[in-house]
Design a protein around this ligand. Structure first.
Ligand code: BDR
Ligand code: CA
Length: 306
């Protein structure tokens, strides 16, 4: 049972190793009333991201959270994936249980619209952990419903940092730059968490071991997921915990420093696709530019271990 103060959220995601840690963090945080998980193709194909969402819920025995499959392809270009990071199963080979139930449907975008129409205006947030295809299609196909959203908090982009899939391009934006463009121009209340911040939120080997050695299921499996992240970098430094930053900002905004920027998205068919250009200060998008990395990790581990 959620407390009356819990904030209604939908998690839009492409699990994904760091998506899985982020979802577990949300499931362990009473501040969130999770209305559902919508899936999108990104790190891996839609069937696998949808199954993985069900597997993560099964670990926590959460039959109350429906999973609905969303976009299988970007708005207007071929899909790409990141199985070279997340493995062919999307979860780094970590052993999750099978889903407790079949997905509630494959109508994520229509379900989002129905959910927003049924809720008070501004009372539902989307926490977006993958390419922005579902959110963009909500804006395009159900504009009146999209206007009822509270906030969209999305992991994506690189401002001053180099990209991770191109010189200046980050995976979630590069996977569907047209979708990011639709969302950034939509007038919605969007907060973006770029690589500039997520690269400062990385677990050490010792922290991963502490999680792994726990007898709390969410912590133990998060330790295993972070270990899988180490393996895909050759063992030296873990990959950033990108997607948990979305939940952490929603839980404790004081951990982050945000600036309002006007952003445009490179939509060419080049290695720069998905790069962000900053047009001027004072724009429409709130962008997290600084983070208290130690504080963010402390809150993450407290919740996973709790
Ligand atoms: C983003 O891309 C994906 O691989 C991660 O899950 C994260 O959402 C980081 O660029
Ligand atoms: Ca993701």
């Amino acid at each position: 049972m959620q407390s009356t103060e819990a904030r209604k959220i939908v998690i839009d995601t492409d699990p994904g190793i760091d998506d899985a840690v982020a979802i577990l963090l949300a499931l362990k945080s009473a501040e969130f009333d999770i209305l559902g998980i919508t899936t999108v193709a990104g790190n891996i194909g839609i069937q696998t991201t949808t199954r993985n969402a069900g597997r993560i819920l099964a670990l926590q025995d959460r039959r109350d959270v429906p999973v609905r499959a969303g976009a299988a392809v970007p708005l207007s270009r071929p899909g790409r994936n990141a199985s070279y990071v997340h493995g062919n199963d999307g979860l780094g080979g970590v052993a999750f249980p099978e889903p407790l139930a079949a997905p509630a449907g494959d109508d994520a975008i229509a379900w989002l619209a129905r959910t927003l129409d049924a809720a008070d205006v501004g009372s539902v947030d989307i926490l977006a952990l993958g390419p922005l295809t579902n959110v963009a299609r909500l804006v395009q196909e159900h504009p009146a419903s999209a206007e009822r959203l509270g906030r969209v908090i999305a992991m994506g982009g690189a401002i001053h940092e180099p990209g991770n899939v191109g010189p200046r391009a980050e995976f979630n934006i590069a996977a569907d730059p047209e979708a990011a463009d639709v969302v950034f121009r939509s007038g919605l209340d969007v907060t973006l968490i770029p690589l500039d911040v997520t690269r400062k939120v990385r677990a050490t080997h010792a922290q991963a071991a502490d999680l792994r050695d726990s007898d709390v299921a969410a912590a133990k499996i998060s330790g295993e997921l972070i270990d899988a992240y180490f393996q895909s970098t050759g063992g030296g430094e873990s990959r950033p915990l990108h997607d948990p930053c979305v939940m952490l900002l929603a839980l404790d905004a004081a951990l982050f420093t945000c600036e309002r920027l006007k952003i445009s998205v490179d939509r060419t068919i080049t290695g720069y696709a998905g790069s962000l250009d900053i047009d001027a200060a004072g724009g429409a998008i709130s962008v997290a530019m600084e983070v208290d990395g130690d504080g963010a990790l402390k809150l993450l581990f407290e919740r996973l271990l709790g």
